[in-house]
Design a binder for this molecule. Sequence first.
Ligand code: NAD
Ligand code: UD2
Length: 308
Amino acid sequence: MGGNRVLVTGGGGFIGRHLVKLLLSKGRMVTVLDDLSTGQIIDGDPNVRFIVGDVADPVFRSEALEDCSALIHLAAIASVPRCEGDPSLSERVNQRAAINLFDEAAKAGVVAMVHASTSALYGMPEFLPISESHPIAPIGVYGLDKQAAESAIIGRVDVGACALRLFNVYGIGQPIDSPYSGVLTIFSERLRNQESLTVFGDGSQTRDFVHISDVVQAFAMVLESLEQEGTESPVHAKALNVCSGQTRTLLETIEAFGDVIGISPIVRFNPPREGDILHSSGTSEALMDALGWSAQMNFTDGLRSLVS
Ligand code: NAD
Ligand code: UD2
């Protein structure tokens, strides 16, 4: 392993903040590059160098890469509707900035890099559970730009590199004030305020909800393997699912929330969202086989942590 400093782009965001905390607990020094468009600053920790700047700007990328031996790239326009509404912004941040960053990181001496990819690359599932051999067929701008970034990282031959295809990540710290927050965050907040829940469709849609604590463990394990084994790592040049394999319908999640809180939530049904995928469920056997990772958080405990 080379140095001790990790660059986490998007480290002020939902996943980033949890990940930075985990890396610090492992004794790592962390540089964060984040433009605070949806994230928040981390201050007061001498082991965190927080740079407020745009990852699409080469000057900020160069400054952020100083002294870093490893990279975790999370910075992105993570909202699908925002990408659809502004495709050139999505292309600039989610695609071009990522591809340039990977090249510049390798030139700057980074020995390991991990990229936050997405289950959105699979598009409408052809079979379930979705494994990495499922066809790639992203539906919109967000998925297409993420696909281009993913191809760039898993095509690297010079440094250890891996992409993690995240399914529906949930947990505390996801912004609650955005109309594009994850459904479990929205539900928990509305229940806390004793408000009714809105279900788009009949609630029979399924999602593979994976808890943030499991997600950040996956990033840390993959990074360590790439740092130790480089291009010989079993995860090098791979794009791997990060999911729980424990799929729930929306109605089941509402029932589980009700059990945890001890109430019967009031549910209103609206028409399905345009383009909504009906069923999503993944398998993370590949990451299990490579590094022994599997999701540990029990769903009810995960919901309890959300509402507590
Ligand atoms: P988030 O919006 O909370 O975090 C993204 C961070 O990137 C924010 O702090 C934001 O301020 C920053 N950022 C955005 N544009 C930037 C720019 N131009 N320059 C610098 N910083 C910028 O989202 P998240 O849920 O933490 O997602 C992190 C990553 O994981 C993203 O790449 C997202 O696409 C991916 N992902 C998330 C999920 C999920 O369920 N949350 C699922 C699949 C993939
Ligand atoms: C998630 C990601 C998205 C992309 C996609 C890949 C989030 C926030 N979004 O979208 O970035 O990676 O997966 O497939 O993680 N719903 C309701 N009521 C609400 C809110 C949502 O019924 O108040 C429904 C929604 O219509 C959908 C399901 O809940 O059927 C999950 O919605 P989501 O926005 O949490 O996540 P998803 O899977 O659409």
